[in-house]
Design a protein around this ligand. Structure first.
Ligand code: ADP
Ligand code: MN
Length: 494
């Protein structure tokens, strides 16, 4: 035979072998599961009592212990410092040997803070892609899409698409090249991990409110307590779809000029991403955040919600509108003053029964606040209703402003009209005879003069105004500073 003898040494692979391999895998899995059972049962409460600390995360526990240790170490250092110095006029400072530094200056943070969300230093350059024709270069230097190096890099880059909880390390930064085989195995693993954690997560979601806070958030909260900024976190006030709100007693401030209120509310924006998707429209078109939005990953977008709430609250505070006062923002956790007393939050307007006199007073106050919000803060609340107004100290307080936008937001006026509808309806039903209808209220707040006498036409005019503004942006590259319906040209910023 010109082709030589046929090679008969084919790899033998009997059914029995395959079966036993599978069996071995199953046995191993079983063994692993027995050795490392999934920790589902989580201890009660985060650290409210200080005893029932969540032990589900070793890392967190270690970090907590380290912080505890550092504190003790510092206390000891201070005692020694005192002993050495005594009443002497010249003193030695051990400051540089301290371990715990004021909360605000913890530069050793492994993660970026909100201030840094503008830049994303962790984003490595993506490898170049191969064009459709399947190769790049000429002659000898040609590289096809099957090139091992290119392929390997691409696989590494693709790891970024795995679920955010899946730790993939800094493969891109290291110029790691993954073979297809390894990549596929990883992908399969990531997929099953994702499903497993989804199951775990479901279980957690059904348990108590405290557990809705993930270990990282707990660590963040724990740090605030440990730094003395908060005295104690007493419990959960509210669990919403997008946030969990806790009550805490304020502690001491690191700086003299800033006073921490005696009672604080901690709003934790949930890092489970699903609910945030349908809120995109509020932030995506908000030009203040426009440049940043496209470049950010979901986790950072959630931080941006917290940041937005902080900015909006500050604007309101400056205008003298009754609202929570911002204490500090750390990542997706916003600490503000507590509206209420002795751990009891002020009731929502929907839950409180007011005398007709108070009801009327509340109405005029809200009319006033809506005007101030629009004119002085250049904001539309965008979720204004009896659910987001608290009754405290004989007046109405506005809360929940993470979704608030500027009036010139592409849908700003529509949001305002919706707010007006809620407010009008609530007070008309509540028996306030003086309450304007939603169209009158809209004009009173915005200063516009839309004359349509029915809702459909009114809405159409609002949308026409919004469109005019958008066209203006298209043509002039900038926004109107405010809307004006009495004659052209509209007023805009220089
Ligand atoms: P959500 O987006 O979940 O509606 P909110 O900001 O409206 O978030 O907060 C949810 C609830 O938590 C509010 O209805 C209110 O009862 C309570 N709450 C929030 N902030 C404060 C605060 N500063 N003081 C007292 N209670 C607060
Ligand atoms: Mn709310």
């Amino acid at each position: 035979c010109p082709w030589g003898a046929p090679n008969t040494t084919s790899i033998s692979c009997s059914l029995a072998d395959v079966m036993s391999e599978q069996l071995a895998k199953e046995l191993q899995l079983e063994e692993e599961n027995a050795a490392f059972p999934e920790v589902v049962a989580v201890a009660e409460g985060p650290f409210i009592t200080g005893e029932n600390i969540d032990t589900s995360s070793d890392l967190m526990l270690a970090q907590m212990l380290q912080m505890e240790f550092d504190r003790e170490y510092d206390a000891q250092l201070r005692r020694e410092e005192k002993k050495i110095n005594g009443d002497s006029k010249v003193s030695i400072s051990f400051e540089n040997y301290r371990k715990v530094h004021p909360y605000d200056s913890d530069s050793s943070e492994d993660e970026v803070d909100w201030q840094d969300t503008r830049h994303d230093p962790y984003r490595a350059d993506k490898p170049t892609t191969t064009p459709r024709r399947g190769f790049i270069g000429k002659g000898k230097d040609i590289t096809t899409k099957h090139d091992e190096v290119v392929c390997g890099r691409k696989n590494t880059a693709r790891m970024e698409n795995f679920a955010p909880e899946f730790q993939v390390g800094d493969g891109i930064g290291m110029d790691l090249k993954l073979s297809n085989q390894v990549f596929n195995a990883l992908k399969q693993h990531a997929y099953s991990e994702e499903r497993r954690s989804a199951r775990l997560h479901e279980k957690k979601e059904h348990s108590t409110a405290e557990k809705a806070v993930d270990p990282k958030t707990r660590l963040l909260l724990y740090k605030m307590v440990n730094a003395g900024m908060l005295e104690t976190i007493t419990g959960c006030i509210s669990t919403g779809k997008e946030s969990v709100v806790f009550h805490a007693y304020g502690g001491k401030s690191a700086t003299e000029d800033k006073v921490i209120p005696p009672e604080c509310a901690i709003k934790v924006f949930k890092t489970t991403l699903n609910e945030f998707k349908n809120r995109d429209k509020y932030i995506k078109d908000d030009y203040r955040f426009k440049d940043r939005f496209s470049k950010l990953n979901p986790r950072k977008i959630i931080r941006m919600w917290a940041e937005k709430e902080m900015h909006n609250l500050t604007r309101m505070q400056n205008a003298g509108i009754p609202c929570p006062q911002v204490v500090i923002l750390k990542k997706h956790v916003l600490v503000m003053s507590f509206i209420g007393q002795d751990q009891v939050p002020a009731p929502k307007l929907k839950d409180v029964t007011l005398s007709s006199e108070d009801m009327k007073k509340a109405y005029y106050q809200i009319l006033n606040m809506m005007q101030q919000l629009y004119k002085e803060c250049n904001l539309v609340h965008a979720d204004l209703s009896e659910y987001n107004m608290l009754w405290h100290d004989g007046k109405v307080w506005l809360i929940d402003v993470s979704q608030s936008v500027e009036p010139t937001h592409p849908h700003g006026l529509e949001f305002l009209f919706r707010d007006c509808k809620n407010v009008s309806q609530f007070f008309q039903k509540g028996g306030v005879a003086e309450a304007l209808n939603e169209r009158e209220l809209f004009n009173a707040v915005s200063g516009l003069n839309i004359t349509a006498d029915n809702e459909v036409d009114f809405q159409a005019e609002i949308e026409a105004l919004e469109k005019m503004n958008e066209d203006h942006v298209q043509n002039h590259g900038k926004k109107l500073s405010m809307f004006s319906s009495d004659g052209d040209p509209p007023i805009y910023d220089e």
